[in-house]
Design a protein. Sequence first.
Length: 323
Amino acid sequence: MPLPPLFDRLRLPVIASPMFIVSGPELVIAQCKAGVVGSFPALNARGDGALDAWLTRIQAELAEHDAAHPDSPAAPFAVNLIVHKSNARHEEDLATIARHKVPLVITSLGARTEVNEAVHGWGGLVLHDVTTNAFAHKAIEKGADGLILVAAGAGGHAGTLSPFALCQEVREWFDGPVALSGAIACGRSILAAQALGADFAYIGSPWIACEEANAAPAYKQAIVAGTADDIVYTNLFTGVHGNYLKPSIIAAGLDPDHLPASDPSAMNFGAGSAKAWKDIWGSGQGIGAVHAVTSVAERVAGLVGEYQQAKISLASVSSRFTS
């Protein structure tokens, strides 16, 4: 199935994942201008009228960019909406998103038919994030346009399935838009995601180490210094299993090798005095590919170069088996 025209403006087949606290207007605008889908969680905009102000700013600055650069317009942006019953702001945020006719909505923690119908009402698209093939079926049955496959190794609330297995199973029955996440942090991995059958790579952690990210300097440096061995998978901090940076867990006075389990029936946002995402830093396993704090434009340029080189290398290897 051809991709919706919404994605024609992309410089790379990349959707930047929405990261709690980290993703704000500065990061989203920079990502879109650089040619990848920028996104943020609606919950990041705190205070009365904040979400409306954020959307107004993003749309205005991207419109100015498009007017000044008609040959290289900005990529679309997305807003992440948590549809779990614990989100008391769900209906209010959806109404604000509707007023701005946000082109792409990423839904998380539950698939809801009425949300999908509302987004379709203004011509928007819905991508729902899932960790299993069963959840993928439910999302499409309830009207989502596409899927974000959150595989093992992804930052934040990650799944446990191999991206090979998850993407393979979904592609056996679904031919719509698919984004794949799970330790994707370089151009080679973007191409690999496409080889597995995904349309887009869904990338999060590398953006934390960007100048435009709303992250503490120590958090950015921890991404630069970290490797896959520094990632801990636990449900302690929110009630939902996720991947976190070991140094932040140690700094909070906890033993990352002996963490207790949390009650999975209730989402929570704290373990003692340590608050998830603010003091306990989320990260995926792919951060070994991040070697410096850069601007978003520099990071995208690097990914583009790596992606193009990977295609050349793949063509060379493939020729050995087809000649």
